[in-house]
Write a protein that binds this ligand. Structure first.
Ligand code: CA
Length: 373
């Protein structure tokens, strides 16, 4: 390992994939070692990249990358008045993931080993199928059938309805989930994600059907910011209520647990990276609650998510996976692709994927403070 591994450069940039964009950062040491991180692309990731390039990068230059937890706490409090949730947390997550990737490369170890070792390096996934609010039961079933050849361990049906509506089509939602249960048969693990679209009464009505159908969990039945409604739904139902993809802080996750949420779902690219999500995992374990992280960004976010799950004791549910297109594989020498329902992690250092520079460069859109370069 180099004796002088100081941070010499922080790159914040979009990656343009054509049909979508990612918000990534790359952190370099002066001897040319690099780590890659990703921020949740909320609103295109612009706000997170601006915070990264304008506010966080100056505080990272010259620092020791192995001080990642100290750096995160310092930068979090330095900028906390911009709001501890949302873009600041996502930008800090990108930095933390990049610093763990870098640490793995400096030490020649995969991230999961630096987290304490792998309970598993073969990680089953579940198919997270979105956009179902406007589909007929038959159309929903066709989407499920498209996923079955990938051999998911569980199917999750997401509504993704207009967030300003509520209880818009409860009979239709019940018909959709019943049709999927008929298609999959009685024992197949199934979960349902309301994407915050129900009232308390609507959620209880749907939740009772999900219980009858033996569903594994009921995700975000009510608005994520409405903690008292979560509490009323969780109290009325036996099914595990899940939430947390829109929480950014340890304290936010604690509020959900206090409200009776039985599965918390923080996302590593929103919640302070490995450093943030490991705190949340410890909190969940102390409270007897499962952690099933949210994850919808292929490539860097996916790799970080899988390394975290490899090192997580008591991982009772498969990993979320929503895009088998492989659109981002081209920029890595060792992209993570599932086979026969599982991802396999190697023991390559860091996140285990090597950037192919000539593939990344043409897709990079650098961000400078104040806007796109
Ligand atoms: Ca969700």
């Amino acid at each position: 390992m180099s004796q002088a591994a100081h941070i010499s450069r922080v790159e914040a940039f979009h990656v343009d994939w054509g049909r979508r964009r990612s918000a990534w950062c790359r952190i370099w040491t002066e001897d040319g070692c690099q780590g890659l991180g990703e921020a949740s692309p909320m609103a295109g990731g612009d706000a997170a990249l601006e915070i990264l390039a304008g506010a966080l990068a100056p505080g990272l230059l010259g620092a020791d990358p192995l001080d990642h937890a100290v750096l995160q706490m310092r930068l979090y409090h330095r900028h906390i008045k911009t709001g501890p949730d949302g873009a600041l947390a996502a930008a800090l997550a990108a930095v933390d993931i990049a610093l763990w990737d870098l640490k793995g490369k400096l030490l020649g170890q995969p991230v999961y080993r630096l987290l304490g070792g792998a309970w598993r390096t073969e990680i089953p996934f579940y198919a997270s199928i979105g956009g179902n609010a406007g589909r007929s039961p038959d159309e929903v079933c066709r989407r499920v059938e498209d996923w079955l050849p990938y051999r998911p361990s569980l199917i999750k049906i997401r509504l993704d309805a207009d967030r300003t509506t509520r209880d818009a089509d409860i009979p239709g939602d019940i018909a959709r989930i019943r049709a999927v249960r008929r298609l999959l048969g009685e024992g197949f693990p199934l979960a349902f994600d309301a994407n915050n679209n129900y009232s308390v009464q609507g959620a209880v009505r749907v939740g009772r059907v999900l219980e009858e159908l033996g569903c594994a969990w009921f995700e975000e039945p009510v608005q994520h910011y409405d903690i008292s409604s979560f509490e009323r739904v969780a109290r009325a139902l036996d099914i595990a209520v899940a939430a947390g993809e829109q929480e950014y802080t340890l304290q936010g996750v604690r509020r959900l647990i206090d409200a009776g949420v039985a599965i918390v779902q923080p996302d590593i690219i929103k919640t302070g990276g490995f450093t943030g999500i490991c705190d949340m995992a410890a909190l969940a374990r102390a409270c007897g609650v499962d952690i099933v992280p949210h994850q919808t960004q292929p490539a860097v976010g996916q790799a970080a998510h899988l390394h975290f799950l490899a090192a997580l004791p008591h991982a009772h549910h498969p990993a979320e996976y929503d895009d088998p297109s492989g659109v981002m594989d081209a920029v890595f020498a060792h992209p993570l692709r599932p086979a026969a329902g599982r991802f396999s992690l190697s023991d390559r250092p860091g996140l285990g994927m090597e950037v192919i520079e000539e593939e990344l460069q043409p897709r990079m859109v650098p961000w400078r403070p104040g806007g796109r370069a």
